[in-house]
Write a protein that binds this ligand. Structure first.
Ligand SMILES: CC(C)(COP(=O)(O)OP(=O)(O)OC[C@H]1O[C@@H](n2cnc3c(N)ncnc32)[C@H](O)[C@@H]1OP(=O)(O)O)[C@@H](O)C(=O)NCCC(=O)NCCS
Length: 160
């Protein structure tokens, strides 16, 4: 089942989310609990996949999350998510997380993650999605890297 042949640009589905780190998000060290960041990443990335496909989507794989620097209580967390690559029913979304201290304005890149979503038809089966048109040099580079990343994931999955 196919929804449309129409191609969308990366910008048409990109999402930026901003959250303030509150006490209920933190661990005993007053830095953010990793599971909170992961849920924000999943949510922003899912919105990208939904905006691109205009369909309900599910997460099938999360690749390569690492936390490079702590995010502290009171920081603003900016999550920038955009479509990197599209397979048949799958969409690879790249997410970058930044922590901004609102009082100094200092912003740090804390996390990068890659997630794969599948668009579903009305009976919950994978549905072919439209293609993506990368425009900028960064978008074209991410598309090429995304193709390789998806091929590697498929090889790893086949070995399991
Ligand atoms: C989504 C789902 C219906 C797909 O079923 P499936 O039998 O895996 O379907 P397919 O094998 O045809 O795979 C569909 C696509 O997903 C990709 N895919 C599936 N598993 C993957 C994985 N672990 N890593 C990367 N890509 C994966 C396939 O490569 C394929 O991509 P393509 O259509 O672009 O070629 C099924 O995997 C599912 O329901 N998963 C649970 C999803 C969920 O509940 N997520 C929330 C978890 S918290």
């Amino acid at each position: 089942m196919k929804n449309t042949n129409e191609v969308k640009t990366v910008k048409e589905s990109a999402v930026e989310m901003r959250n303030l780190v509150m006490p209920n998000h933190t661990n005993p060290q007053n830095s953010i609990f990793g599971g909170v960041v992961m849920s924000w990443i999943d949510m922003a990335a899912a919105m990208v996949a939904e905006r691109h496909s205009n369909r309900p989507v599910v997460t099938v794989h999360v690749d390569d999350i690492s936390f490079k620097a702590p995010i502290k209580i009171g920081d603003h967390v900016l999550i920038a998510a955009s479509l990197n690559y599209v397979g048949t029913s799958s969409m690879l979304v790249g997410v970058k997380v930044y922590a901004e201290n609102p009082f100094t304005g200092i912003t740090r890149h804390t996390t990068t993650a890659y997630l794969v979503f599948v668009a579903l038809d009305d009976i919950g089966k994978p549905l072919q999605v439209r293609g993506v048109l990368p425009e900028s040099a960064d978008e074209i580079r991410r598309f090429e890297e995304g193709r390789i990343r998806i091929e590697d994931m498929k090889k790893k999955k086949a070995k399991k």
